[in-house]
Design a protein around this ligand. Sequence first.
Ligand code: PEP
Ligand code: MN
Length: 278
Amino acid sequence: MKGLKLSLKTEQLTRTLVPIHNLMIGRDLALIAGPCSVENEHQTIETALRVKKAGANIFRGGAFKPRTSPYSFQGLGLSGLKILSKAREETGLPIVTEILDPRDTYWVAEYADILQIGARNIQNFPLLKEAGKCGKPILLKRGMQTTLAEWLYSAEYILSEGNPHVILCERGSRTFQTFCRNTLDLSIVAAVKEISHLPVIVDPSHGTGRPDLIPPMCLAAIAAGADGIMVEVHYNPDEAICDKDQALLPDTFGEIALRSVALRAFLTSDDYQSGSSL
Ligand code: PEP
Ligand code: MN
């Protein structure tokens, strides 16, 4: 693809593996779950314990929330990060949390294991550059109307600052249809795998906004070659302050996790790879 460099397979022949605690993203399936936002200590710890039991290997939760309305809950900020640290202590799960402001990158990196750059900030170039210098892996979500080339250029802002640990995340685009929140683009997962060495995961929670569609889209993402999934889970979805309508129960996530692991095992089996079981 014209103009791109560091994110392409032609530049780096081996796949990028991102080490996070005892996981290697790109080799081990990432099963990321947790609430849209950190609301309070009880909600966060309870959800963390339950997603851990259900099979999650990374915990998510937003302390800084990018909200359409300035009047909506904006996240707990520093106290949210402290709650996330406590969740990590209690569960042993590494934490992914979003950064919105380039000025926050360094100190937030002290609390998080992975920093997330959200869909709305895909072309926030100062933020991307800071993310390239912060020393932590970056989960880079595709924007709502971002082409494959634009997404990879954004990744290259991070890579070119010296941070090789970028994980891409497809989260749906804005289209004409109204039956779900966004249109999840799984074809881009296969396209990324074809041209880039970076790992790519899928977020069907924001990608569909519909609890009934999240489980099948998780499996479809893995079948398309995704290196993991990220799902919004709340111990009591009815009470969720943020993205309540798409929050899953921990047990539902447990079913997704079991099937995801089984599907991945099948896809990587010698029989499947060689075609002899087909
Ligand atoms: C999120 O993951 O909490 C989030 C805000 O997602 P997105 O940037 O994809 O809308
Ligand atoms: Mn959300």
